[in-house]
Ligand binder design. Structure first.
Ligand SMILES: [Zn+2]
Ligand SMILES: [Zn+2]
Length: 269
């Protein structure tokens, strides 16, 4: 039986840049031919949502705006051209809501660079609403065994660090240093790194984060950037040959780590 879809729904709406957010009723959109309508059950909140609300970036958002790009839910309607996902299937709304699928970038799996990309919660309405539209080609297909609350933050934070680790080229048995390892992105990155067979040097600060990284997230060593006299040397010293890690994943928010990031890396030749 087809799900009952209401005419209106609750959403968090920014009428203007800078807010405030208003929790209000808005119409439920109808999916276009290549789109699905997803009943959002859970949504993560990303720092990018704050940038979108505050207009921090050069690219303007749509207005009024429904933010959010870590939405997990159930497909309740689909367009006529969508034949590879069914009503009732679980799906996720990501930052990339849709792309042209035809430009050079799209054809080389670099869809985030597509000039026609639609961005969830930025140039199109996102997951801070009960019913969200997304292009069928880009939704994340979620197995029904995957808890929707747990997978929601994976749809941006998880993808971000997984892609970083994958693109780094580090292979099983090699070492990766994660700067900001005790934060939201870093804690996910450590788990992916371990699952990919990588050895982790966690860089962050404080006893609490040290304990979490070493005892819960599987880092082999921890460098406290606040107490270290020389972070680069201390990171290099954690590797067996002393030459440094094979890759550095940078998920800190401060500028200095960006300037230092490449310094502890082992020589390329
Ligand atoms: Zn995000
Ligand atoms: Zn494209």
């Amino acid at each position: 039986m087809a799900p009952q879809i209401p005419e209106t729904q609750w959403a968090q709406v920014a009428e203007k840049t800078g807010g405030p957010l208003q929790y209000k009723q808005i119409p439920v959109q109808k999916p276009g031919p290549d789109e699905v309508l997803i009943n959002i059950k859970y949504s993560g909140v990303c720092h990018t949502d704050l940038h979108a609300l505050n207009g921090d970036w050069p690219l303007a958002t749509k207005l009024p705006l429904v933010g959010g790009h870590e939405g997990a839910g159930v497909v309740v309607a689909k367009g006529d051209l969508v034949n590879d996902i069914e009503i009732g299937d679980h799906a996720g709304v990501k930052w990339i809501n849709g792309t042209c699928l035809a430009c050079d970038f799209c054809q080389q799996s670099d869809e985030p660079l597509c000039a026609q990309a639609l961005l969830s919660g930025y140039t199109v309405d996102g997951s801070f609403q009960q019913y969200c539209i997304a292009k069928a080609a880009h939704i994340a297909r979620l197995h029904k065994d995957i808890p929707l609350d747990a997978v929601a933050p994976v749809l941006c934070a998880g993808i971000t660090v997984y892609k970083g680790l994958k693109e780094s080229g580090a292979r099983p048995g090699q070492t990766v240093a994660i700067v900001g390892a005790g934060g939201g992105l870093g804690s996910l990155a450590q788990q992916y790194a371990r699952a990919m067979g990588l050895r982790v040097i966690a860089i962050d600060t404080g006893a609490e984060k040290r304990k979490m990284c070493l005892e819960q997230l599987g880092a082999e060593s921890f460098v406290d950037f606040a107490t270290s006299q020389n972070v680069v040397k201390d990171v290099q010293a954690q590797t067996e040959d002393g030459l440094g890690p094979h890759a550095v994943l940078l998920v800190a928010v401060n500028e200095k780590p960006f300037q230092q990031a490449a310094e502890p890396l082992e020589p390329l030749s």
